[in-house]
Design a protein around this ligand. Sequence first.
Ligand code: APR
Length: 318
Amino acid sequence: MLTKIGIIGGGNIGGVIVQEIAKRRLSRSIGLVDVKPPDMAMGKCLDIAEGIPVINTDITINGSKSYEVIRDAQIVINTAGVPRTVRPDGSIPTRDELLAINLQITDTVAEAVLSYCPNAIVLSIANPLDAIVFRLFQRLNIHRSRLIGMAGVLDSARYRYFIAEAAGVSVENVNALVLGGHGDTMVPVRSCCQISGIPVEEFLSADLLDKIEDRVRNAGAEVVGLMGTGSAFVSPAWSAIEMIEAIAYDKKKILPCCVLLESEYGVNGYFVGVPVVLGANGMEKVIEIKLADVEKQAFDRSVEAVKKTVEEVRKAVI
Ligand code: APR
């Protein structure tokens, strides 16, 4: 069992992650830090701690506005950042439009990790995902196995959900992968999508699959538009939990994650969503799969979009 998991950012996503770690007893203790006054993290953790006798979970939960609270965490999850929200004129920002503000926050997060848990495996959720993970890599300078972005698990869950709904089958029967960047160019990989091992095309028409894949690409904005304030938070938190469980239990689970590519998929030096093996050492292996021609082209386009945001990161003067 892990002794400690740290969470940076105790807003919507961070709050659900703390609850789920507690419920599932994924570590002996949790440290949550958030800068929100007067001491939002402490308040949130006190609320959860006061409930754990009811769910019979004997773990220690500490919240604080001081980063000290994540000291010695073995896994640290970064949710610190501003989420997307509907603007007063009704428009919805892209994830990339969060870059400037979230980059500043990311530098503080990196400093905290270096000071208090430099050996932790870092899972990052803040958007724009691929660029923020790249920035963390610049600042932390750690081996790629210890820095992993969460997006593919969520995007693939959305794909699975829409397919299950359209086919009228259990979500448990649907296997799906979404690769590439976590933006409008993400690539739902139809050739990997199966219902109980049977190719999805045997259940749904090409036309309907096109529509579903479009919906997957815009699923984040759909939720932002409906909620009015803030962005999706339960599904991203559960997605991160699936990754934490894979690491905590050394499952060697194959999940789509945003990791540094070193020549795999013809990409070098960029963080992009691909299937990887997650285990006790973090990202233990990149799995290279054969994509259909049209999927490979879409993947390459998505990588180009990731490179563009990374250029913004490189140029950013903070
Ligand atoms: N250190 C710690 N916490 C911070 C910092 C910082 N430097 N800066 C901001 N935070 C905190 C905020 O105080 C807030 O409580 O991060 C929290 C973010 O929570 P929410 O605003 O509720 O956002 P959430 O929905 O949880 O999304 C967090 O994940 O999916 C992405 O786009 C989303 O970038 C956003 C992030």
